[in-house]
Write a protein that binds this ligand. Structure first.
Ligand SMILES: [Zn+2]
Length: 624
């Protein structure tokens, strides 16, 4: 388009609307067909258009679709440098005198395909007797390498684009002190589409699931500036950015969509891409607190805690405890809160403290030469075990991936020793509970002790990060605790015809670890109530307290009260008392009365005063 010549022509251009814009603006925010507006001066353009309509205007070859209802005509004024407002569309020939008849012509606008070789065809009129120099440069659009910028016919290869995009090149001709400039628009048609792909990490997992979304392109790097708007498909607020994170609170399959709007003069129609995310709902049945929430530490005073913390820097014994707790707790500090939360599987993953009475499928009972619980836990796969004899790893399938699929993707159950959670079944019918053994072993040896170590490290060092990690784990355990049922979710539960008591673990193990969890909650409690209270993206401090107190403490009181387990008399009462005291606002007195003096409906249920007489004084050694 010539700017400085008299008798100039003006060209207007429309581009077709695109189907892929529909998602991004379903409410019809882009009801019209659009054209690019070089300087954003639509109003000036329309003013000029109205004055132009009475004259001879060349609307150009691109303007061939005719108008339909709703068309918006834009105007792209000539653009000598930045395409900015310095251009005066009302007086387009304003500086013609300074060029002394010299007129540059950058050629006719072109439409090309991605990857196409393009030769620009510049020309010049006037200044015939002078020595002319030419300079081409690109002033807008996706950048290209322009070859031969001091000739009249430079070349470039049309770049890959995300959407039909306009590039603007400027030719400046200089003759002595006279110069003339002209620009040309090259529209690059998007041939290969889509170019944007989305990644979601993780793509699946149990709720609440935090997912990081990223937009990428195999052909265009870095992705251009623009407005990247994400809709996560779960009726929540959108977010903007090349990379965003979102927490899915409920189960379901969601389609996350990116809507990218490129700035003009690139195609103003939005570009969209999408990716599915599968969120599995955790087993439900969560409880609400039945008594007022805990308001302070109730087993230890703040003075006792402060005294302990002082001793941890002066008393050799307490200093030793401090360093031991720290050394155990420090490995858990390396986890992010989300990783830590994600580490603890829900009740769908069974537990077992023995793989099989027959030992190893290959080495048989030779494994028991390595102890009562001989299998080694895999160092990096929480659901695999290693045979102590041959070092082989079981099961053959990636159970973790299967769990993350919501335990639904059967194509992940591959290999010779497949365990879908309730054991690999050998040809002779024997079951080998590899996954359950790994799960039980990790709960008993790693995950549950971690909570205690973290809480102790917090009390002894005062470092908040230990409390935070302990709270993340307690919060997660509370959330999955009501659905935990060892009787229905374990090898022993399956083998036993009678009720086999337990939640995460079985019998006395459960009762002892439960007491440890309750004590850990007491130790970190101030980190949930003081001015800098720990809160998590998925739960406020108040909700964390309610979750732990209802779903861990109150659930524990209910189930332990009913258990009859002769092998753990005393432990059960001990855990019940600790739990009630830490819970603080429950009916502590009546529970204590019952634990001490109830005659009991069964031998295991009698109060301590009766039990001491009946089971110890008379019998000498109760049960075990
Ligand atoms: Zn083996």
């Amino acid at each position: 388009m010539s700017k400085a010549s008299t008798g100039q022509t003006l060209r207007f251009r429309t581009s077709p609307s695109r189907e892929n814009g529909r998602y991004c603006h379903p409410a019809g925010r882009y009801p019209n067909r659009h054209v690019s507006v070089g300087a954003g001066r639509l109003l000036a353009g329309l003013l000029l258009l109205s004055s132009c309509l009475g004259q001879s205007c060349d609307l150009g070859p691109l303007f061939d679709g005719g108008f339909t209802g709703g068309d918006v005509l834009g105007f792209r004024p000539d653009d000598p440098s930045s395409g900015d407002v310095s251009n005066d569309p009302v007086n387009p020939a304003g500086d013609a005198d300074s060029t002394a008849g010299l007129v540059a012509d950058a050629g006719e606008a072109m439409t090309v395909m991605e990857g196409q070789e393009v030769v620009l065809q510049g020309s010049v009129s006037g200044g015939e007797s002078l020595s002319l120099t030419y300079l081409w440069k690109q002033i807008a659009g996706p950048r290209v390498l322009l070859m031969g910028t001091s000739s009249l016919t430079p070349k470039f290869t049309a770049p890959p684009v995300l959407a039909d995009s306009v590039m603007t090149f400027q030719l400046t001709v200089t003759a002595g002190t006279a110069t003339s400039s002209d620009t040309i628009d090259i529209t690059v048609i998007n041939v290969l589409s889509p170019k944007i792909t989305l990644t979601a990490s993780p793509k699946e997992g149990p709720a609440p699931l935090q997912v990081t979304f990223t937009a990428k392109s195999a052909t265009i790097s870095p992705l251009p500036e623009g407005t990247y708007t994400w809709d996560f498909g779960d009726q929540t607020a959108t977010a903007e950015g090349l990379t965003v994170t979102h927490i899915y609170q409920t189960g379901g399959t969601f389609t996350a969509r990116l809507c990218l709007t490129l700035p003009p003069p690139q195609n103003p129609e939005p570009i969209s891409a999408e990716i599915p995310v599968t969120v599995t709902a955790a087993p439900s049945g969560l409880r609400q607190p039945q008594w007022p929430l805990k308001t302070s530490r109730s087993l230890y005073t703040d003075e006792q805690i402060a005294q302990l913390r002082r001793l941890a820097t002066t008393d050799p014994v307490i200093m030793g405890m401090r360093s031991s707790a720290k050394s155990h707790a420090d490995k858990w500090i390396g986890y992010t809160n989300l990783q830590l939360r994600d580490l603890l599987p829900d009740s769908r993953v069974c537990r077992a403290f023995d793989v099989s009475a027959k030992g190893c499928p290959i080495h048989g009972t030779a494994v028991y030469e390595y102890g009562t619980y001989p299998w080694k836990l895999h160092p990096t796969d929480r659901f695999r075990v290693i045979c102590p004899v041959g070092g082989e790893v079981y099961p053959s399938n990636d159970f973790d991936a299967y769990y993350r699929s919501g335990m639904t993707n059967a194509s992940l159950l591959t290999g010779k020793y497949v365990d879908s959670g309730r054991g690999y079944v050998a040809p002779d019918g024997e079951k080998y509970w590899f996954v359950a053994y790994a799960c039980h072993g990790n709960w008993a040896n790693n995950w549950l002790p971690a909570v205690t170590h973290l809480a102790q490290a917090y009390v002894l060092t005062g470092q908040r990060v230990y409390a935070e990690k302990a709270i993340v784990m307690l919060d997660r355990i509370a959330e999955i605790y009501p659905a935990m049922d060892y009787d229905k979710q374990s090898r022993y539960g399956e083998m036993s015809s009678a009720f086999y008591p337990g939640k995460i673990l079985n019998r006395g193990w459960e009762m002892q670890t439960l007491r440890d969890l309750v004590l850990a909650y007491e130790l970190v409690f101030d980190a949930l109530t003081d001015p800098g209270a720990v809160s998590l993206p998925w739960r406020s401090a108040a909700d964390i307290k309610a979750n732990i107190e209802a779903n861990l403490l109150e659930e524990a009181l209910d189930v332990l009260a009913g258990w009859q387990d002769g092998s753990s008399i005393g432990i059960r009462q001990n855990t019940l008392i600790h739990t009630m005291l830490v819970r603080q606002h429950g009916p502590t007195a009546s529970l204590l009365e019952q634990l001490l003096n109830s005659p009991g409906s069964a031998a295991e249920q009698q109060g301590i005063n009766y039990a001491l007489h009946n089971l110890v004084y008379k019998d000498g050694m109760p049960h075990e």
